[in-house]
Design a protein around this ligand. Sequence first.
Ligand code: F6P
Length: 341
Amino acid sequence: MKVGVLTGGGDCPGLNAVIRAVARRSFARGHDVVGIREGWRGLVDRKLEPLGPREVSGLLPRGGTIIGTSRTNPFRIEGAVEKVLANFQQEALDALVAIGGEDTLGVAARLYSEHELPVVGVPKTIDNDLSATDYTFGFDTAVFICTEAIDRLHTTAESHNRVMVVEVMGRHTGWIAVMSGIAGGADVILIPEHPISIDEACDDIMRRHDRGKDFSIVVVSEGYELEGLEDEGEVDEFGHTRLSQRGVGEALAREIESRTGFETRVTVLGHVQRGGSPTPRDRVLATRYGLKAADLVHEGSFGRMAALHGDNIVDVSLEEATAELKTVPPDWYGVARAFFG
Ligand code: F6P
């Protein structure tokens, strides 16, 4: 077989570990592996490169993706779906492993259901917002980075009696904020799914200061809806605005300072959360997902996605995985909230 691999959407730690696992298992079966450059763009513009044992050597700890990525959506570009299908055929590919989040896998699901493209998916995103899997790879690393940052902000916050606002990624869901906030002992966490008001957040901070604590850590998810703050700036081919441009952390810090009178500073963690080497947990998860994807290809089980259920790697339908976003359930937010104020 000739197996194509692509990585789409925002990069995240562990992508290379998946590529390595797909390739290693495929080589063991005598299959050839081809890297498709820059996500779906590589199939539209026919940018491919062979991946042999030498190319996939040393990839396990390496961040980013050796085959590049993009937010290209062939369903939004005139004639692009036809190009994808034609290039797939002309390159004599037998199967495709698409490694991505809701957008990349949404395209994969449609190409499978509408055009019978033989594709399997691997769930990637630091946001952890894909349904039908307990965890996506990349999330653990992002949470680790944010937790370390919160720990560091604690010591400087305490020295200066300040409120520290930390803005983290997560687009429409607050998984990174909740997990790193719990792990880092945040005093208030604001996420899109359970939007407590700024008044409530300020009450929590005041209550804490009344108890004799002179500093507070506030974690805010970039997608938290702050009154009066507009989405602006570029929109990508999947219709998403760049949330980091909204400046929710800055706006929140200004509000907190003016309402409480406490000196407030803001740290926007940004793309640091996506860079660098994956944690051991993400390396292992990415590796297991990659092996499963290669197995699905070998069996001809297309339209499926590797997923984690409990401690087991299973497969689920791509359609199910991309039907809706996995948001933070109330009980998870309850764990965080038990420590507010
Ligand atoms: O989906 C992953 C993610 O990192 C989001 O958390 C964030 O909103 C977005 O990508 C940032 O995208 P870009 O890399 O295009 O700035």
